[in-house]
Design a binder for this molecule. Structure first.
Ligand code: PA5
Length: 463
């Protein structure tokens, strides 16, 4: 059960002049070969590549912990942001019933409800406490750096609330996922005795979904985390070949790279399944933060990157597709299709006397969504807009594991083609540091001076 990439509609012989020619790909051979060689030689430092194979101990620990605690809690709440939240959300939404939290407990397999508090919006956090009882909840503080203000502030609020209500047993309601040595959270966890799972030190936030960052929340939602890892291993094998004709992740990266060089600064991801909507969110962070870089690896100023846009089929056919079809040729569209949905619904044979409705009778919603995808592909093709389709035979732990790993490899490979460091995020750090400075955090005095020296806003431009 393998996912596939169909890129016919990117090629000029199908899509016309805004597409990619075989000769465009051939012309890139030196860069492609260098990137493929780098993927091999850097494998040891891309520690996330080994996650499909080296998480057995972590999985054992996670399963034992989940078994021991799940019956005593009603809600599992992730406190994290960016790479420490998007993956857990994407996997839970992909695998579980979309109305998971509304289901009776026995129809959730006996597992607790699942929430993610990623933003620091005071309304959202306050309202969370209108639907959960903190005394019956487990809070999973996830932060690789152990110091992200958003996450640590959520942690501080919840720790105090729990301690006020539960005293010493408050600590049973907090579980940390963080680096084993660096950052404030590990120091606090050790001092205060919180149960802790570790993120391997060489793995950064957005590449950490297959560590306890993603595995622990998934296990608390009844998701088969071993199948998730097996799926990633399947994709690792597929994407370990150098031949780009056989390596879908490399080809995905190459086509996006060529498209970017042709001025297609936007890569739209449009899954035709609500379950995969958050996968597009997760991918957006991966693609944007990894490839959007001011400097290349040689220190030259390059200002590169491709803007990922999240879209949903068929919903956004009624919102965005007009632009994708007839707007500027600045995009490449990536559809995600599903061969076999987990449910089938047949439209009843009503209104056979009204031709405009009768044709729907007896058709399944499955056929309708798949046909609409095909029709949208065709509309784009007809107007010369390159598009490709990733197909999942069905959405399950294995195929989701494949998809996660596929995008990670594609991103790393695109980083090699662009000659940027796909694993840092200096632009994000700049914002984090500016916020620390504004709050007077010790050590950020110079940054505060820099901020204070910025030009004052002119009232003239505020109306
Ligand atoms: O990919 C990344 O490194 C970032 O998006 C981080 O995940 C995000 O900033 C949160 O960082 P942390 O996990 O250290 O709290």
């Amino acid at each position: 059960m393998k996912i596939t990439l169909d890129y016919n509609n990117v090629m000029t012989n199908y899509v016309g002049r805004y597409g990619v020619k075989e000769s465009d790909i051939a012309a890139l051979n030196p860069q492609i070969n260098a990137a493929a060689a780098a993927m091999k030689s850097k494998r040891a430092i891309m520690a996330w590549r080994d996650l499909p194979y080296n998480q057995a101990e972590a999985v054992k620990g996670i399963k034992a912990y989940v078994d021991g605690i799940k019956d005593s809690i009603d809600a599992f709440v992730v406190l994290g942001i960016g790479g420490s939240a998007l993956g857990p959300m994407a996997v839970q939404q992909a695998i579980n019933n979309p109305y998971y939290n509304e289901l009776p407990r026995n129809r959730r397999g006996g597992f607790p409800k699942f929430y993610v508090a990623d933003n620091v919006d005071p309304e959202k956090l306050a309202y969370l406490f209108t639907v959960i009882e903190p005394e019956k909840s487990l809070f999973n503080v996830i932060t690789k750096s152990g110091s992200t203000s958003e996450t640590m502030s959520q942690f501080m609020i919840i720790k105090e609330l729990l301690e006020n209500r539960l005293g010493k047993s408050a600590k049973e309601h907090i579980v940390c996922t963080t680096d084993s040595e660096k950052g404030n959270l590990i120091k606090i966890a050790k001092r205060e005795g919180y149960k802790t799972f570790y993120i391997p030190s060489a793995i950064g936030g957005r590449f950490s979904e297959l560590t306890p960052v993603g595995l622990l929340p998934a296990a608390f939602c009844g998701i088969d985390i071993e199948s998730l890892l097996k799926g990633a291993a399947v994709m690792d094998e597929i994407c370990s070949v150098d031949s780009i004709e056989k390596n879908p992740a490399y080809m995905f990266a190459i086509l996006n790279y060529i498209a970017l060089n042709q001025g297609k600064n936007i890569s739209v991801m449009m899954p035709y399944a609500d379950s995969l909507k958050y996968m597009a969110d997760w991918f957006a962070q991966l693609w944007a933060e990894s490839l959007g870089k001011r400097y290349d690896v040689n220190g030259n100023e390059v200002w590169v990157g491709q803007t990922p846009v999240k879209s949903l089929g068929v919903t956004d056919q009624h919102s965005q597709v007009q632009l994708y079809t007839e707007g500027p040729s600045d995009k490449i569209i990536v559809f995600i299709s599903v061969e076999q949905y987990r449910e089938t619904i047949t439209i009843p044979r009503l209104y056979s006397d009204i031709p405009g409705l009768g044709f729907l009778g007896g058709v399944t919603q499955n056929q309708l969504i798949q046909t609409e995808l095909m029709a949208t592909e065709y509309a784009l093709l007809k107007s010369g807009k390159p598009n490709m389709t990733i197909t999942l035979p069905e959405v399950n732990e294995n195929t989701v594991g494949q998809l996660l790993y596929f995008f990670e490899i594609a991103t790393a490979f695109a980083g090699e083609l662009l000659q940027v460091n796909a694993f840092d995020q200096p632009g994000v750090e700049e914002g984090k540091n500016a916020a620390y400075a504004m709050f007077g955090r010790p050590g950020y005095e110079e940054k505060k001076r820099e901020l204070d020296a910025r030009p004052a806003k002119n009232e003239k431009y505020i109306i």
